[in-house]
Design a binder for this molecule. Structure first.
Ligand code: URA
Length: 435
């Protein structure tokens, strides 16, 4: 193929033919196109964009670059949720067992942290013995037997995305709506789903800073998901404030267990139940979102998802006794310090970006690719906008690996909070839904 001609065509703003897109993904995955030429094409796409037909062709070619999960016939629909990522976003952890208990099959192929945002696999690595690298056969067997799995992409799933994402990361071509759409949906389409709910975040710590940009990405993914035969919906959710009251890998696992035991923070529970409710409606298991939310709420309250969580952990090699022992202490970090309110007032801001940066500096996230992370550090007991605090009350606790990082984090995290004399108006968590 004449790859140079394709780069030049896109540089001039011309659409690429479906056959050319198929060939370029096939050849790039096979190593027949050099990175410098692919990088040039990605930059041309970044500036010129892709139309819906090109985006669909790219997404399907990327999906087909590797294994697509093939499940046996079963009346339980295959469903999943994807979040664009945020601080304290642990929804996948309680959601997978809730969905399994609602009669779905959930092949939740997840990722690691990106930038300051946490990754589901990093959180699960904090569970003693839990395996996130599973072969395809085991993924399928576990989904059929348990109803849910949360694991990483195998080496043979969507290899084109792995190679392209690595290039985008170092060529300034990540923030392109068609490229993000193709990257996310190619991985979800490789799960062979019936229905998908997307949580597209906007706000200070989100990948898409503005609601308008989040809406554009959500529309692009919903349209393409449907075109590819997956009933897709998106929620636009606020990520200016962390989700829940805890952020940091182990602390988020603990908060997920609290949620499964009915003691979780209200915003986390809301997002878990709303995600489940959309999937119930999308698969015609409920007529309205309200009925579906009640079904999901009753399922959570029954305690069955908490049992299912342990079943999923055991199936993926976790040491359940060690896990339950690890849940008991207040912290697994070396030291805990508290940030206290310097005055009485209402919390009007709890900035997710600053909190994410603090956690990364504590060692809870990566500064460079493949760096080791400390699962025990993080922040909990976060106060949230709209809450009243008295002078001296705890605004957040920092779990650190020692006194020096704890003091540094304390100094930085103070800037994440604003207290005001008047109760602020609090924006809803789910700002809108794209159907
Ligand atoms: N997450 C992905 O998987 N791909 C992107 O392009 C952006 C976020």
């Amino acid at each position: 193929m004449n790859f140079l001609a394709l780069i030049e065509a896109k540089r001039e703003g011309q659409p690429l033919a479906v056959g050319d897109i198929d060939a370029l993904i096939r050849e790039f995955t096979a190593g027949a196109i050099p990175d410098y030429q692919m990088a040039a094409l990605l930059m041309a796409i970044y500036f010129r964009g892709l139309d819906p037909a090109e985006t669909a062709a790219l997404t399907q070619a990327m999906r087909d670059s590797g294994d697509v999960l093939q499940f046996p016939d079963d009346p339980r629909p295959l469903v999943d949720k994807h979040s664009t990522g945020g601080i304290g976003d642990k929804v996948s952890l309680p959601l997978a067992p809730v969905l399994a208990c609602l009669g779905f099959r959930v092949p939740m192929i997840s990722g690691r942290g990106l930038g300051i945002t946490g990754g589901t696999l990093d959180k699960l690595d904090a569970i003693p013995g839990f395996q996130t690298r599973l072969p395809v056969k085991q993924i399928i067997r576990q989904v059929q037997a348990v109803g849910c799995v949360i694991c990483g992409q195998t080496d043979r799933m969507v290899p084109a995305d792995k190679k392209i994402y690595a290039l985008r990361d170092v060529t300034g071509t990540v923030p392109s709506i068609p490229l993000i759409t193709a990257s996310i949906l190619s991985k979800k389409l490789a799960e062979n789903l019936s229905a998908l709910v997307l949580d597209v975040k906007f706000g200070s710590a989100a990948f898409m800073p503005t609601r308008a940009a989040a809406r554009q990405l959500a529309r692009s993914m919903v349209t393409l998901g449907r075109q590819c035969g997956v009933n897709t919906r998106a929620m636009l959710t606020n990520m200016s404030t962390p989700l829940g009251r805890a952020a940091g890998n182990w602390l988020e696992v603990k908060e997920s267990v609290d949620c499964l035991e009915g003691r979780g923070p209200a915003d986390l529970e809301e997002l878990v139940l709303t995600s489940a409710a959309h999937l119930l409606v999308q698969t015609n298991r409920a007529k309205t979102l309200r009925t579906a939310q009640a079904m999901a709420g009753a399922c959570l309250a029954s305690g069955a998802p908490r049992q299912k969580w342990d079943e999923m952990l055991a199936a993926q090699g976790a040491d359940l006794a060690a896990f339950h022992r690890k849940l008991k202490p207040d912290t697994t970090a070396s030291m805990v310090v508290a940030l206290r309110a310097s005055r009485t007032g209402y919390v009007s801001r709890c900035d997710a970006r600053i909190i994410g940066e603090v956690i990364r500096e504590l060692g809870g996230g990566r500064q460079i690719r493949d760096a080791a992370i400390n699962h025990d550090v993080g922040v909990d007991q976060l106060v949230k906008p709209g809450e009243r605090v008295d002078h001296g009350a705890v605004l957040a606790r920092i779990h650190a690996a020692g006194a020096t990082p704890a003091e540094a984090a304390l100094a930085r995290i103070e800037r994440a909070f604003t207290l005001t004399a008047r109760r602020p108006k609090v924006a809803p968590l789910v700002a809108e839904t794209i159907l």
